[in-house]
Write a protein that binds this ligand. Structure first.
Ligand code: URA
Length: 434
């Protein structure tokens, strides 16, 4: 088989055969297909899509490109969560220890930043010493000892995804339902979880801009999960503005810890409790969502969730004193306020462009080999709907370069100030798909 014929099939809007998909995934994994041909096929898939059968095949091939974790010797129902990616979306970081503090095993395999979105692994690496590469043996041991782990795809989990994920990031082929579905579900099935809540983002900062696309992606993910016997569901949540107030790696760790201390922004807390309650019910630890929410709130109030986070950090080689002292993480040299050019109300904050602003500061990757600056990012003082006075600080830019005129221009063009009646109604949770 020739890769050029596989590309030709999809370029001409035809369905790929099972053999063609097998050939592509095999060639990606063993390196026999060069990046330029993989990239061409990714673009053809982005343009012309895939049917349900192709998506299932792609997912299963990506899954079988590597190993699967067998967690059957760990007691109880293992529950995981995965987001399709957003700006300021640090939900997984407080959520895993919070749920695990109730005695539920949370084996979380996460990814790195993709496009304008941040990556959970990148954020955790802002904590000095934190290791995301964990052997299968240690992965299981930590799950038994601490109850949760957030790590990269261990050793040989879905190696095809590692290759494809990095190329999608730099070929503008991230926001494709089949590619997202294959990427997420291959890793999640491989991680051996019994139940999974997907957080499918919708809005300007999400890969799925419209609610219809998000619902289609959510249904695809749930169907693939159920097809392999997983208890899968999806929450469609809003990404028309960043989640929480912090965007940037170390800054988001700080905000996650604040949340577990009972502080932190309301929208982040609401999302963590919404998804967490679903996980607790799926794990059989509560009968109703309301009961689950109360259990979770108690774990924040009594400090158990925070303590579980410290234990998770330390089990993964990180410095647990970060819980008390945020300054052990990299800190930016300069703090530049962005003043409001007029008085009024914040009527829009294009989340994707705020993500790009953080990337321009060094908080995300423009090329796959880029090194991150963990210190930089944005801290919002205002969110959509908030009133502002002229000259009042809308957000603070945390930067290691003194000249940020390019970032200021981008931000000014993407934060709208208008009249009160122009403020859009942004609901956080759009839909739950089971
Ligand atoms: N998360 C993933 O793991 N893969 C994607 O493609 C998007 C979000």
């Amino acid at each position: 088989m020739r890769m050029v014929d596989v590309i030709d099939t999809k370029r001409n809007k035809n369905a790929l055969s099972d053999e063609q998909i097998d050939f592509f995934v095999q060639g990606c994994t063993d390196g026999s297909i060069p990046d330029y041909q993989t990239s061409a096929l990714l673009m053809a898939i982005w343009l012309n899509g895939m049917n349900q059968h192709e998506m299932q095949r792609l997912t299963m091939d990506m899954l079988h490109s590597g190993d699967q974790l067998d967690l059957s010797d760990i007691d109880g129902i293992k529950v995981d969560k995965h987001s399709t990616g957003g700006v300021g979306d640090k939900t997984s970081i407080p959520l895993a220890p919070l749920v695990a503090s109730l005695g539920i095993a949370v084996p979380m395999i996460s990814g790195r930043g993709l496009g304008h979105t941040g990556g959970t692994l990148d954020k955790l690496e802002a904590i000095p010493g934190y290791q995301v590469e964990i052997s299968e043996e240690n992965f299981k041991q930590q799950l038994r000892d601490v109850g949760c782990i957030i790590a990269g795809a261990t050793g040989n989990i879905a190696p095809a995804d590692k290759k494809i994920y990095a190329l999608r990031d730099v070929t503008d082929t991230v926001d494709s339902i089949p590619l997202i579905a294959g990427s997420i579900m291959s890793k999640k099935i491989a991680s051996g979880t019994d139940a999974l809540v997907m957080d499918v983002k919708t809005g300007s900062g999400a890969f799925m801009k419209s609610e219809e696309q998000a619902a289609e992606l959510a249904r695809t993910l749930v169907n693939i999960g159920k097809g392999v016997g997983m208890n899968a569901m999806a929450v469609i949540s809003d990404m028309n503005q960043p989640l929480g107030k912090a965007i940037g790696n170390a800054l988001e760790i700080e905000e996650s810890i604040e949340l577990l201390k009972g502080r932190g922004p309301e929208d982040l807390k609401e999302l963590v409790l919404t998804i967490g309650s679903q996980m607790v019910v799926m794990a059989g630890k509560a009968e109703t969502l309301a009961e689950a929410r109360e259990l979770l709130q108690a774990q924040i109030d009594n400090g158990q969730a925070l303590e579980t986070f410290r234990r998770m950090i330390e089990a993964q080689g990180g410095d647990g004193s970060v819980i008390e002292d945020y300054s052990i993480m990299p800190q930016a040299k300069y703090h530049v306020p962005l003043p409001a050019r007029r008085a009024g109300y914040i009527t829009g904050m294009k989340a994707d462009e705020l993500g790009v602003a953080s990337m321009m500061l060094g908080g995300g990757r423009a090329a796959k080999e880029d090194k991150l600056d963990y210190a930089v990012g944005l801290v919002l003082n205002k969110k959509v709907g908030d009133p502002v006075e002229e000259g009042e600080c809308i957000l603070t830019i945390h930067t290691n370069r003194p000249d940020v005129d390019d970032v200021i221009e981008l931000l000014e063009n993407n934060i709208e100030i208008g009249e009160k009646e122009e403020v859009p109604e942004l609901k956080l949770i759009h839909e739950i798909i089971e």
